[in-house]
Write a protein that binds this ligand. Structure first.
Ligand code: GLY
Length: 361
């Protein structure tokens, strides 16, 4: 087990984050020390909640009654105003006061929805993340981005709201569906591309073990990504500038998610977005073509090459890019690489340049 700390300068907040296998005793100890006598609720989606109901109740029954174990339907559709209202109603019916602690058990949807619920209930109650998907463990549980979707787009209603603690138990990955696991690996490859040559080498060399979810290598990889994300968030919590390094592959990635009506999962869309960002980086900033090829090979090795870019026309992509909140003065801005692990932020890209990148396959 490893313990990390996320230190936020602005609010002088320190958030402990544990990574390991079987963290239940550590969580019990933490709750005993900080939340004895408080009102606790554990909220999870229907899939994860049913898988872990017994384990949760066995381990945490001293902290809350069974009716405080609340489920919402699995899936992105639950990141809605309706579901938020339903959970708010339930909590208030159960007399959740200002001393409430919400435990968010699940993947990205649970973290975002329950996080936003915590941010808004009584102007903010305590929150602990228990991320169960690889994507949530390496990315979405860290850094305080919480929110729900609006019919107009994803994550349009939200807040920065930091949890009190994060418990990242690698064991949860055992029950993750294969697609979800690969989805998370898309973000892991992104960290390696933008920040960490050593992680890149592990990904190239340890493919078999990683795909078999070998727990030792997984713990090492998750811990490394956690460290990388913490370092980024500590430098720029509210994404004034530097945090946008994490958007490598995300500009086109988000457009693909939107154009596919979210049929293409985030990690797969980001994988396609990274391929385009790498080609733009090669054309505009001289990123070596040999490295672009290595990226392609790595994405192939982890079965992340799913998106057929020919399914989307240049005009379709361009129009969505222009509506991106990061676009300025009619130009989408990309996170690119001038060399491996050397990012160039907010690079304005012209339509002809995107066209050239799309034809460079
Ligand atoms: N997932 C990107 C960020 O947290 O900023």
């Amino acid at each position: 087990m490893q313990k990390f700390e996320l230190n936020l300068k602005e609010t002088r907040h320190t958030i402990p984050l544990w990574v390991g296998t079987d963290l239940w005793p550590t969580l019990r100890q933490y709750l005993g020390a900080h939340y004895q006598g408080r009102t606790l609720f554990l909220i999870s989606d229907s899939r994860v909640g049913s898988l872990y109901r017994r384990t949760v109740l066995e381990n945490l029954s001293e902290f809350f009654p069974e009716e405080h174990f609340i489920l919402f339907p699995e899936g992105e559709a639950s990141k809605s105003r309706e579901q938020l209202a339903r959970l708010q109603d339930m909590l208030l019916e159960h007399k959740a006061g200002r001393d409430t602690l919400l435990l968010a058990l699940g993947g990205g949807v649970s973290g975002d929805l329950v996080g936003f619920l915590a941010a808004t209930l009584h102007r903010g109650v305590d929150l602990i993340h228990l991320p169960t998907s690889l994507l949530a463990q390496v990315d979405s549980s860290i850094g305080g981005k919480v929110g729900i979707n609006h019919p107009v787009g994803k994550n349009l209603i939200g807040a920065f709201y930091q949890p009190r603690a994060i418990f990242t138990d690698i064991r949860f990955l055992d029950t993750l569906a294969e697609e979800e696991y690969l989805n998370g690996l898309g973000e892991v490859i992104k960290y390696a591309a933008i920040l960490d040559g050593e992680l890149w080498t592990w990904l190239e060399k340890e493919r078999e073990k990683i795909l078999q979810r070998d727990s030792a290598i997984l713990e090492k990889i998750v811990a490394r990504c956690v460290e990388l994300k913490i370092a980024v968030v500590e430098k720029d919590e509210k994404e004034s500038r530097y945090r946008s390094i994490l958007n490598f592959g995300h500009t086109v990635g988000h457009a693909i998610e939107k154009l596919s009506h979210y049929e293409v999962k985030h990690g797969f869309a980001v994988a396609a977005g990274m391929k385009i960002a790498a080609r733009l980086s090669n054309q505009l900033l001289g990123l070596p073509r040999s490295w672009v090829n290595r990226l392609d090979q790595l994405l192939e090795a982890y079965r992340l090459n799913r998106t057929n870019l020919a399914d989307f026309s240049l005009d379709q992509l361009w129009n969505v890019l222009l509506t991106d909140k990061k676009s300025r003065r009619q130009h989408p801005h990309f996170t690119l690489l001038k060399a491996p692990q050397q990012a160039e932020l907010f690079y304005p890209v012209q339509k002809e340049e995107l066209e050239r990148a799309l034809s460079a396959f």
